[in-house]
Design a protein around this ligand. Structure first.
Ligand code: NAP
Ligand code: HSE
Length: 431
């Protein structure tokens, strides 16, 4: 039997698109063999035809007309690596409805428009595959959907933003300031076009919404995620974390609890012995706890041209196999439940707190009384001199977040307290 040739169109030829071209060129015959059909890139949509792409491209490959891809009856698979939720969404919905399978790396689109995308795929009998949208080259969506499919997922703890992990690593190891470390991350090309999305935790929240939706079979959108970024983390906090045996990480956490699904992104003290504490620089990792397999960790490069292309091309190969065996749509929407979200105030955590207080007899007792009155029990207290003030560092036992916040309001009102300087959760001690 003669081998089938599957024609692919690609929307975008930036960092990820270039990687896809390079990977198809480097490993083409092997990929064809593994997928069971020839994979040919027929057309690529760009904005600017004259830009030097640093690639040897066949004449006529590039176009500025999306219709050359979306209306070409030969093109059966569309790769979307344009980004954004404007034209990209419009083109992807059109491709899916017309029966073309779509592979995308676009976390903004998938996290916000998942419902529409799966409805369009169901309408067209096509695949929407998005492994590259979370943690770049690390396989995590396929493991959650397939390899761990027999399990109930109990929790996910992820480092899924490379920029902030790079910044925190440089602050911890070299004592760099946050602004300087961010400048480095930008010049190395890790940061988003608007790096606020990285440092304010929004990029991680989008990726977490995608992972949590799959893990808990419930549609979770970025607005459902309680988010805090890393802008308030100081050199003092990093030094105290080291002193207490922790490393500060921006964690993305999704956990099924009796009171609903707890989804949040925030900086956290992670015990030095936890596998996530050792994930440094731009590396990403997702630590999954499930009822049968137990603890698993997925680690690797969460961004960049070739790691992201690796995930995109593997999805293309899956789409090819589904076409060959007439099974597009095999991996449809997994959100068949509608579990409630846990209100953030009801979530229980341990907390690290740093307070600047007057250095006078009775101050510690007054503060301890307010904590006690609000149901906050203290595990560790350290006091250090900070000029003519004292710096009081406290690590609490597990406490309901709403109680801790009320205690801090009351403590902030004490005349002897100058500042509640830092509030950071302690995570990862139970797993
Ligand atoms: P990029 O370098 O900015 O490339 C975007 C490409 O899309 C460019 O080739 C651009 O054309 C084209 N494009 C954008 N808008 C267009 C429009 N309206 N019409 C035609 N072409 C258009 O982006 P990227 O870094 O490759 O990221 C692509 C996607 O992958 C995003 O969704 C991103 O979030 C996701 N992603 C990226 C990474 C990463 O490491 N970069 C990792 C994981 C996921 P011109 O070249 O002509 O301007
Ligand atoms: N800005 C993102 C990061 C790129 O730093 O992880 C990959 O999505």
């Amino acid at each position: 039997m003669s081998r089938r040739e599957i024609k692919v169109g690609m929307l975008g030829l930036g960092t990820v698109g270039r990687g896809v071209c390079r990977l198809l060129a480097a490993n083409g015959p092997l990929l064809d063999q593994r997928a069971g059909a020839g994979i040919t890139l027929k057309k690529v949509l760009v904005r600017d035809l004259s830009r030097d792409r640093g690639l040897a491209l066949p004449p006529g490959l590039l176009t500025t007309n999306a219709g050359d891809i979306l209306s070409d009856p030969e093109i059966e698979i569309v790769i979307e690596v344009m980004g954004g939720t404007g034209s990209a969404l419009e083109y992807v919905l059109s491709a899916l409805r017309s029966g073309r399978s779509v592979v995308t790396a676009n976390k903004d689109m998938v996290s916000t428009h998942g419902r529409e995308l799966f409805a369009a795929a169901a309408e067209g009998g096509s695949d929407i595959l998005f492994e590259a949208s979370v943690a770049g080259g690390i396989p995590i969506i396929t493991p959650l959907k397939e390899s761990l499919a027999a399990n109930r997922i109990l929790s996910l703890h992820g480092i899924i933003n490379g920029t902030t992990n790079y910044i925190l690593t440089r602050m911890t190891r070299e004592g760099l300031g946050l602004a300087e470390a961010l400048r480095e991350a930008r010049s190395a090309g890790y940061a988003e076009a608007d790096p606020a999305a990285d440092v304010e935790g929004l990029d991680a929240a989008r990726k977490l919404a995608i992972l949590a939706s799959i893990a808990f079979n419930t549609r979770i959108v970025p607005q459902d995620v309680a988010v805090e970024g890393i802008m308030s983390v100081t050199a003092e906090d990093i030094a105290y974390a080291r002193e207490f045996g922790f490393t500060i990480k921006l964690l993305a956490i999704a956990r099924e609890t009796a009171g609903g699904i707890d989804v949040r992104v925030h900086p956290a003290f992670v015990p030095d012995g936890h596998p996530l504490a050792a994930v440094s620089g731009v590396f990403n990792a997702v630590f999954v706890v499930s009822d049968a397999a137990g603890e698993s960790m997925f680690y690797g490069r969460g961004a960049g041209e070739m790691p992201t292309a690796s995930a995109v091309v593997a999805d293309v190969m899956d789409a090819v196999r589904h076409l060959l065996y007439r099974a597009p749509g095999l991996f449809g929407c997994t959100c068949f439940e509608n579990k409630p979200l846990k209100p953030p105030g009801l979530v229980e955590s341990r907390f690290y707190l740093r307070l600047k207080v007057a250095d006078r007899p009775g101050v510690l007792a007054a503060i301890a009384r307010v904590f006690g009155d609000n149901g906050v029990s203290l595990a560790q207290v350290v006091q250090k001199q900070a000029g003519d003030l004292a710096e009081l560092v406290v690590i609490s036992h597990r406490v309901r977040e709403a109680w801790l916040r009320q205690a801090l309001v009351d403590i902030g009102g004490l005349p002897v307290v100058r500042e509640v300087a830092s509030v950071i959760r302690v995570e990862g001690e139970d797993h």
